[in-house]
Design a protein around this ligand. Sequence first.
Ligand code: XLS
Ligand code: NI
Ligand code: NI
Length: 442
Amino acid sequence: MTHFNEGTIQFEGAGSKNPLAFKYYQADEKINGKTMAEWMRFSVAYWHTFTADGTDPFGAPTMVRSWDRFSGMDLAKARVEAAFEFFEKLGVPYFCFHDVDVAPEGSTLKESFKNFDEITDMIESYMKTSDTKLLWNTANLFTHPRYVHGGATTNNADVFAYAAAQVKKGLDTAKRLGAENYVFWGGREGYETLLNTDMKLEMDNMARFFHMALDYAKEIGYSGQFLIEPKPKEPTKHQYDFDVATSLSFLQKYDLADHFKFNIEANHATLAGHTFEHELRLARINGMLGSVDANQGDTLLGWDTDEFPTDLYAATLAMVEIFQNGGLGSGGLNFDAKVRRASFAQEDLLEAHIAGMDSFAIGAKVAAKLIEDRVFDGVIENRYKSFTEGVGLDIVNGKADLKSLEQYALSLDEIRNESGRQERLKGILNQYLLETLSQVRV
Ligand code: XLS
Ligand code: NI
Ligand code: NI
């Protein structure tokens, strides 16, 4: 059956009034030396697009979906059918899923595996004739009541074992479907209160869990990139993968840093009190920028609203980091984003993805120009030039010590600082954005 009436989404250019056309994203347009498709590697999140129903803590499901008339395994199959139709219409190269998004859990682990394998068979056969590949999959270790105290950081060893079994199956599936990455997002890997929490054991166990996953991947010859997706809180009060800095020190302490990179989610960055570009930058300068969950939050709401990314400043600054990183390697821009509860029509799904892809396309165009003109690079280079000569160069080369610096400081008669020129730079950023927009083909 057909789930979406609309034809394939085409690029119509900035002047188009067609809501079901790309205005800025043109897959094969070259930018900064590669095509947009190669740089951006967009991905659809299965859970938000095919599984979510619009439920929120105050309200019932609202989404109207062509697959809703089915239930159980038939529903799971209809979703796969709809998903591949959607990927093709949108021309999106990747998708991502949790085990429980694609297949219903059974009453036993054995039954859950059976359901999951059956749907994996179906996905595998669709992938044979589709251009859409699997960016990453993951195991959902947070929804089911068994994970009430966590998965890898539970107090209950039986639950730890169950979680391990789910990850083992996830890795087998990743290998089978050629997933380019495998993600860990620790939704319940944290605590509600320290009063009942053995933090040290929980963190040690989380590291043991990751090592087991690495060992098993090696054993089966799965070579996808492992990713940690930091988030500070929600659903738990404190999550151990709080942000890039916290997770990096965890990975380093437990001898895991060589095997992981980060999947940076915009809305998780802001929940942690950082900007999206801060998290991207910190991951990048540490060689740990793996992939991106491209969404945006709402500064007036304190939770992970997972909106489709339409903020052009954020997209621009994100693309600057991605370009400076030389791209995302095996990662991509995964829309971990959901249409609002009131956007319940099925075509909203296409329109939302188009808005997100177009926003990143604009961001990429602006970022490419900023990089080409060395706007920020030039400023930064100039701002730190004192470290390229004299005493600064000695500091950087390890040739200075407190005594030599004291001598030098005593000989100084005046210290002169220069303005940081922040407002000028923000004005220039505006100019580049507007200039780029005025130049795009209408
Ligand atoms: C939730 C997370 C989740 C991960 C995958 O906040 O973003 O969706 O991306 O488990
Ligand atoms: Ni995410
Ligand atoms: Ni999230």
